[in-house]
Design a protein around this ligand. Sequence first.
Ligand SMILES: Nc1ncnc2c1ncn2[C@@H]1O[C@H](COP(=O)(O)OP(=O)(O)OP(=O)(O)O)[C@@H](O)[C@H]1O
Ligand SMILES: [Mg+2]
Length: 260
Amino acid sequence: MTRILAVAMQKGGVGKTTTTINLAASIAKIGQRVLAVDLDAQGNLTQHCGIDPEHVHPTLYDIFKAEMDGQPYDTMSAVYETDEGFHILPSQPELSLVELSLMNTLSRERVLSTIFENIKPYYDYILIDCNPSLGLLVINALTAATGVIIPIQTEYLAARGASMIMSSIETVRTKKLNPTLQVDGIMLTMADTRTTLTKDILEAIVQQYGSDIKIFEPIIRRSVRFAESAVAGESIISYAPETQGAQAYQEIAKQLVLGS
Ligand SMILES: Nc1ncnc2c1ncn2[C@@H]1O[C@H](COP(=O)(O)OP(=O)(O)OP(=O)(O)O)[C@@H](O)[C@H]1O
Ligand SMILES: [Mg+2]
């Protein structure tokens, strides 16, 4: 069965895109067939994979549009290979229009799920990079997913935002859109492990969520190499393999795949 992981958090800039590309590269490196999906009109994941969202065609936008208009389409026509062993379903700025069109669409929460249906046999893992909202596109991701990964920036008050995504997940379960949706874990990102404040935040998050939800270890430390890797259009796994960040994402990917 294909595992579909939504990387979701409504707060902006917490490391969703960074987590998606680096887990995609790490899971592919273990030998799994991986598709990374850019569900954000900003197109950051697309760009991070070395593709210009302004000049790629077709994209996820075209696939959404065809599905909503009842036109025939082939999801694989919008799938591209990366140099890192995984595939990408890119986005373009017009994807932001989809959010509105979905309002008037039948089964508006299940469009992404339908789009994935005929490509699932090609992949062991589909990772979805969600936009920073709790809008209909994110609800589509939560409806299509088997599990959610929640990145939380390791800073004061950051954990507060987690309760909102948790309640969206609960709504998707109770409204029977996806009763078996699970939270695969919380990913702590951008940590400055030298400060005692970080240790306090870590403790607070473990106390609040640790009894129900896995908190992935190792936590991802802050490093300027992540931003550099985005500019280079590569994962940190290929850009700076010796860094703590590259090692940590690969370790977490192993835990996800091997289930420890
Ligand atoms: N561990 C880290 N250390 C330092 N910088 C990081 C780290 N992880 C990500 N970044 C940088 O922080 C910025 C935000 O990260 P990213 O784009 O992954 O967040 P996001 O949650 O996807 O943002 P958005 O909500 O806008 O989609 C980027 O410039 C990224 O390169
Ligand atoms: Mg992003």
